[in-house]
Write a protein that binds this ligand. Structure first.
Ligand SMILES: Nc1nc2c(c(=O)[nH]1)N[C@H]1C(S)=C(S)[C@@H](COP(=O)(O)OP(=O)(O)OC[C@H]3O[C@@H](n4cnc5c(=O)[nH]c(N)nc54)[C@H](O)[C@@H]3O)O[C@H]1N2
Ligand SMILES: Nc1nc2c(c(=O)[nH]1)N[C@H]1C(S)=C(S)[C@@H](COP(=O)(O)OP(=O)(O)OC[C@H]3O[C@@H](n4cnc5c(=O)[nH]c(N)nc54)[C@H](O)[C@@H]3O)O[C@H]1N2
Ligand SMILES: [Mo]
Length: 766
């Protein structure tokens, strides 16, 4: 990196972002189609950007620029191919030795492949043979519950709908998905609190909010387009209040590539007006503390005869549990709050004062909140705090869990859910006349348990990288190896594909950016739903990466047809014309009336959110305050008081998409050419008797007879609370115990793992 670049990288976005994008396009090997593709990202006649689930503006400029969207698009548009020749040259054992970056860098999968155990090679197979054999293996299981049908969050609504319909006709609800590891806690908590497991805001609300609380989220890297909305809000004078354990550059300052002047002077505007750094897992205490301050201010105002500060009318008309909530808040001492959060009373009161000064408040959050043991009650606490002043169901205000994968929210709407609501199953029963299984299926963690214990015999993955994304990733190889059948539907080669079952198939599919002709003249359209419940169309514009590629829909239809036949559903007819699938969605899922017509409108349509209309679909028909206590101890508080004991969070670098590693840099955090790093407070580094950039081994919890250790990670001094450390997923997934997951959510506690650091022995460094 030259000096100019280095200077510029002080602000997120700006020139370095553009330079990185250009580089990323060039190294993808497809500059032209990549550039052409970009001009169509998130446009009415283009495709939905596979980067993230942030909403699209009503009046989009030529295209909304986003560095990481560029990476996601060019990643798919590469000219490299993981073709049959690669599999002929390399055995699966050899492929398994390659790291995530190298595996995916082989490029796009282009031919259906079948694993040959005798030779340990994948060999080409025809689609028809693959479907017939997969169908035969599935039918041979002694129970449909012996199969796990995993979904990652890129599948379109149409693919997801067809997939769940097939799986339920086959006879199981074993539909673990990436959501189980992601925003599950948001769904559970919001369901209890407001009756719908989704956010209540729309993009337009960001134009009106007076204060936006951004909690446990790193939008500069993971939702870059959100930064633009935050920035516009900051410019209007809205307060952007950040709660993040790490000092994230992207949230501090931001230079917008759309604005020439700012780029010329390399300047940048401050985004966050206030930045607070709670300890890992300390956010519930923060929100309780803010509630304490708000209630105190309200009491004072009333005593002085001034206007009350909390919204009595909202609380009376819409909520339940207010008195018990107040009692719980009163019973929580400032001492407990300060100890758990790591913030001082003065800091929390300052944040509460901003909340009180704002007429309209939005609160957003992501994985820093959802991947802890007590995530569900933390989100309940956030909702309760927002209810105090009636910030739900009002313009410019609301709750906004910012989703991860571009269609993870839509997949749930379509029924990818191991615990489907009875009303959803009733609706399938009415339409298709079969008896859907009622017993709840396996979540991701339960599916792994079933695979390890031998209760599971088959694994089907619709996208994703199961083996690397899950906790205790070291144990998964054996679990997959023990399956009679593994099927992976994917765009690129990844570690999960190098862990085949006894019979294994690797099926290549079209990506979002590619034209889906399906043998027809007219390209097919699919649909997705963003974090704001907007449903819109997506049609690829690049030619497919290979002649053999099929759409996810065609692949699911082929497997379904070979497994359950066409007596109930004519799968192949549905795969011929996706409008027919949308007709079925319209007839079985609320909110999709006139689907085929409305989705062809430029911005699609708003699925609506009952809570945003102040209709509470909870059991008691009210919005519910959370009335419980703070967790007795967070992992931070529970750790032994010794200089080598820490709590670790695993997060994303700027150069990755989940398990996909685009490159070795994490520019905003100042890390280059390396991913085996651990971010630690400088005083803690000294406490270890170490110096910056020395290597340490990270030992995780030794539970269940498993020794968990990750060796040779470079110490990076960082602005992070003492006792808390951070490193990258998926390299550190070997440290996350399968047995450690969120209460009520089952989400692995990827953001609070108790660890011990010790200096690496020089000879042992890889
Ligand atoms: N470019 C890119 N975009 C992506 C992804 C990607 O990998 N790359 N992944 C997509 C997916 S699936 C998802 S789910 C989202 C993820 O989006 P994020 O949730 O932003 O992802 P993480 O990198 O896990 O970042 C967690 C953030 O929370 C902070 N944090 C961690 N623990 C705590 C805590 O206890 N309290 C507080 N207050 N803060 C905490 C961390 O410091 C970090 O800034 O992004 C999506 N978009
Ligand atoms: N320790 C730790 N673990 C985590 C997390 C964490 O923060 N820390 N985050 C968790 C979260 S939030 C999530 S969402 C999960 C992610 O878990 P997954 O969704 O399973 O993983 P991804 O890395 O997103 O999947 C990447 C693979 O998807 C395939 N792919 C890409 N595009 C397509 C497509 O269009 N169609 C198909 N069929 N395949 C495609 C490619 O083969 C690629 O290799 O990981 C979770 N695991
Ligand atoms: Mo996610």
């Amino acid at each position: 990196m030259d000096q100019k670049e280095k200077r510029a990288s002080k602000a997120a976005g700006g020139w370095p972002a553009l330079i990185a994008s250009g580089r990323s396009l060039l190294s993808s090997g497809a500059p032209l189609s990549g550039v052409r593709a970009l001009s169509k990202a998130n446009q009415p006649d283009g495709f939905d950007c596979p980067g993230c689930a942030w909403g699209d503006p009503e009046h989009g400029s030529s295209f909304e620029f986003c560095e990481n969207g560029v990476k996601a698009v060019s990643w798919e548009a590469t000219e490299r191919r993981a073709d049959p020749e690669l599999f002929r040259k390399m055995s699966v054992r050899e492929l398994r030795k390659l790291d995530d970056y190298t595996l995916e860098n082989h490029g796009r999968l282009v031919h259906p492949m079948r694993y040959n155990r005798a030779t340990d090679h994948y060999e080409p197979v025809s689609w028809d043979v693959a479907f017939a054999e997969i169908g035969a293996h599935l039918k041979a299981l002694s129970s449909p519950d012996e199969a796990q049908f995993y979904t990652s969050g890129r599948a379109s609504n149409e693919a997801a709908y067809l997939y769940q319909l097939f799986v339920r006709i086959f006879g199981t609800n074993n539909m673990p998905d990436c959501s189980n590891m992601c925003h599950e806690a948001s769904g559970v908590a919001l369901g209890q609190a407001i009756g719908v497991g989704k956010g209540t805001v729309r993009l337009e609300d960001f134009e009106e909010a007076d204060a936006i609380f951004v909690v446990g989220q790193n939008p500069g890297t993971n939702h870059p387009r959100m930064l633009g909305d935050l920035r516009r809000a900051a410019e209007r004078g809205a307060r952007i209040v950040v709660f993040n354990t790490l000092k994230e550059r992207g949230l501090e300052r931001f230079a917008d590539p759309q604005r020439k002047r700012e780029m010329i002077v390399n300047g940048s505007a401050a985004i966050a007006s206030d930045y607070f750094q709670p300890r890992l897992g300390g956010d519930m205490a923060v929100f309780r503390g803010m509630a304490k301050a708000v209630l105190a201010a309200d009491r004072k105002a009333r005593a002085e005869g001034s206007k009350p500060l909390i919204n009595d009318a909202f609380i009376a008309d819409h909520t339940e549990g207010f008195d018990a909530y107040v009692a719980a808040v009163d019973a929580t001492t400032w001492e407990a709050i300060e100890d758990q959060s790591g913030l001082s009373r003065a800091e929390i009161e300052k944040a509460a004062a901003i909340y009180l000064s704002a007429d309209k408040v939005i609160c957003t959050w992501a994985m820093g909140i959802t991947q802890h043991r007590h995530s569900v009650i933390t989100i309940r606490e956030i909702a309760s705090f927002m209810m105090l002043r009636g910030h739900i169901g009002r313009k410019g205000a609301g709750l906004c869990p910012v989703r991860g994968h571009s269609n993870v929210q839509g997949d749930r709407t379509m029924g990818i859910n191991e615990k489907p609501p009875a009303t959803f199953l009733d609706s399938l029963q009415r339409e298709f006349g079969f008896n859907p299984p009622r017993k709840h299926g396996n979540s991701t963690i339960e599916a792994i348990g079933a695979m390890i214990s031998g209760r599971s015999k088959a694994f089907i993955g619709l996208g994703g990288n199961f083996a690397r994304a899950v906790p205790d990733s070291g144990l998964i190889e054996e679990a997959l190896d023990g399956q009679t059948l593994t099927v992976q539907i994917a765009t690129k080669l990844n570690a999960s594909h190098t862990m085949p079952g006894k019979n294994a198939y690797l099926l290549p599919c079209l990506g979002r950016t590619e034209i889906d002709l399906n043998g027809k003249k007219e390209p097919q359209l699919v649909t997705v739903e963003d974090s704001m419940s907007m449903v819109h169309g997506s049609a690829g514009i690049n030619p497919p990466a290979g002649e053999q590629l099929r759409s996810e829909i065609a692949i699911i239809a082929g497997i379904a047809n070979a497994t359950v036949g066409s007596a109930i559903v004519d799968w192949l007819a549905l795969a011929e014309d996706y409008d027919r699938i949308r007709d079925l969605i319209e007839r079985t899922i609320p909110g999709f009336h006139d689907f085929n017509n409305r989705v062809r409108k430029p911005r699609g349509f708003d699925l609506g959110n009952a809570a945003a209309r102040r209709e509470w679909n909870t059991q008691n028909g009210r919005a519910n305050f959370f009335t419980g206590a703070l967790p007795e101890k967070t992992e931070y508080q529970a750790r032994a008081d010794a200089p080598d004991r820490f709590v670790l969070q695993t997060m994303r670098s700027h150069d990755q998409y989940n398990t996909t590693v685009y490159g070795m840099d994490d520019r905003y955090r100042g890390v280059y050419g390396e991913r085996r790093v651990v971010f630690v407070h400088p005083d803690d580094i000294r406490g270890l008797g170490a110096a910056a950039h020395q290597r340490v081994d990270i030992a995780g919890p030794d539970t269940g007879g498993v020794t968990r250790v990750a060796k040779g990670f470079k110490l990076i001094p960082y602005d992070i609370p003492r006792g808390c450390v951070a490193g990258y997923f998926p390299e550190l997934n070997v440290l996350v115990p399968l047995s450690s997951y969120g209460d009520e959510s089952g989400t692995p506690t990827s953001k609070s793992i108790p660890v011990r650091l010790s200096l690496s022995r020089p000879g042992e460094i890889a």
